[in-house]
Design a protein around this ligand. Structure first.
Ligand code: UDX
Length: 464
């Protein structure tokens, strides 16, 4: 029977909050610490602050019982055996991860250690961070045998974060001590021994009742590199398929068929081969830059990652040129925009290619009516509504009297629009889709000119 462990999670952002409620769901007792009192109050009151599936249910189930929220890190350190650091590691101007929050937390933890603690890096951090944390704690007077520092990277995706946490492909534990590895093994036992999946009320996901996700024990440095290398590799896959999509456009081939054919090779796999307007979000852009910077600091050539970033930037410019080609000129054109979040099913707009494109179209003199099911409020804080930009209440309102409709985020609801209605709502029946949500033949049948990514365009006879 897995045992209940006292866990502190420092930071209540995406990773910290999800980890906190999921550890409680796995049976542990959790203290989630944040130095932002307003956040602590909101979480105590049951407000999740972020849009994430299953988070409201789990927060409701465990808040103020198995998950307590507080701002007192000293108290949490004293009470808990394992302390997970899940604070932000924003990108600095040089592309490095800014580790000042991690350092501040490490020093504060050090001041309250009186018995053995395992300090766990959950934030995405560059290789060697583990050693720096260890040094910072020792410099604050803590004896070496009173603590270990472990790297336990998180691979969750926004939108499916809870299910990803509880149904991982793998759990990576980078520990240089057996004692610390055993504590982490105990924390994840409900998953690795499969007892969690036998529960009738388990959050559904890819692991069924007989599943046991693997736990990979590595050195701390290897675990740190696994996280950066995994995210960078996924970004490589996306940029690669985007470059292939451009090649398909130039040759009238179809990137969807190409991706299916490539993905059938088990060595390549079908996932992360969806072309589009480039990757965004809080992880890939930051992690690719940080990993490149790590290589540079070590005097190594990893310029392949610079190419990945270049392709990603160009993908947005290519989309803009497509719209220009379809509409002839851009100044004064009215555009309907569907999607502002960096991907579907989230309200997160960090590094969103959709918002970059909105800014680019505004700079070209277009006027925009934008709709997003969850991200409009956040976008309006950054790009306030004005004479050239308005936020509207539906996809059809965005399309109303527009010269073209642009699909910029892959929300599921954008893939099931009433195409007949769209045709009559638009001023010109032109849809330019940066996410390949529609079959070009179906668009043609509904009288729409349809331009997508890496696939032949559908152009009704009147347009030829
Ligand atoms: C990512 C990683 O998947 C996750 O393992 C890590 O822990 C955090 O970073 P996330 O940022 O939530 O997760 O989003 P993800 O679903 O991976 O998509 C990232 C970006 O890539 C989005 O902008 C998405 O639209 C884009 N993308 C993804 C593509 O353009 N094509 C694809 O095939 C997949």
């Amino acid at each position: 029977m897995p045992k209940n462990i006292q866990i502190a999670v420092v930071g209540s952002g995406y990773v910290g909050l999800v980890a906190a409620v999921c550890f409680a769901e796995m049976g542990h007792d959790v203290i989630c610490v944040d130095n932002d009192e307003r956040k602590v109050k909101a979480l105590q009151g049951g407000d999740t602050l972020i849009h994430e599936n299953y988070l409201p249910e789990l927060l409701q189930r465990y808040r103020n019982t198995k998950v307590r929220f507080m701002s007192d890190l000293a108290e949490a350190t004293r009470e808990c055996e394992a302390i997970f650091i899940a604070v932000g590691t924003p990108q600095s101007e040089t592309g490095d991860a800014d580790l000042s929050y991690v350092e501040a937390v490490a020093c504060e933890i050090a001041r309250s250690i009186t018995s053995y603690k395992v300090i766990v890096e959950k934030s995405t951090v560059p290789v060697y961070t583990n050693e720096w944390i260890r040094r910072a704690i020792e410099r604050n007077g803590v004896a070496r045998d009173l603590f270990d520092v472990v790297s336990n990277p998180e691979f969750l995706r926004e939108g499916t974060a809870v299910a990803d946490f509880l149904h991982p492909d793998r759990i990576v534990v980078g520990a240089d001590s057996e004692r610390a590895a055993a504590v982490l093994g105990g924390i994840y036992a409900p998953l690795t021994e499969g007892t969690y999946y036998q529960r009738a009320d388990a959050i559904p996901g890819s692991c069924g009742p007989t599943a046991k996700p693997p736990l990979l024990n590595t050195s701390t440095k290897s675990a740190e590199i696994i996280k950066h290398a995994s995210n960078a590799f996924l970004a490589v896959k996306i940029s690669f398929i985007n470059a292939v999509a451009n090649l398909c456009e130039a040759t009238d081939a179809n990137v969807e068929q190409v991706a299916i054919g490539m993905g059938m090779d088990a060595r390549i796999g079908p996932k992360f081969l969806r072309p589009g307007i480039g990757y965004g979000g809080s992880c890939f852009p930051k992690d690719v830059a940080a990993f490149r910077s790590v290589a540079e600091q070590l005097g190594l050539d990893f310029s392949m990652l610079s190419e990945v970033e270049k392709i990603n930037e160009n993908q947005k410019k290519r989309f803009l040129s497509k719209v220009r080609t379809a509409l002839w000129t851009l100044r004064g054109k009215k555009l309907g925009v569907l999607g502002l979040a960096f991907k579907g099913e989230t309200d997160d707009i960090r590094e969103s290619p959709a918002i970059d494109l909105v800014e680019m179209f505004l700079a070209e003199g277009c006027s925009i009516k934008a709709f997003d099911p969850a991200a409009m409020e956040r976008t309006a804080e950054r790009l306030p509504a004005g004479p050239k930009l308005s936020y509207v209440e539906s996809a059809y309102a965005a399309a109303d009297d527009a010269d073209a409709l642009l699909i910029l985020t892959d929300w599921a609801e954008f893939a099931t629009l009433d195409l007949k209605r769209l045709n009559t709502t638009l001023r010109y029946p032109i849809v330019i889709d940066g996410r390949n949500l529609y079959d070009p033949h179906v668009m043609l049948e509904n009288g729409l000119t349809y331009i997508s990514v890496g696939r032949p365009s559908a152009i009704p006879p009147r347009e030829h």
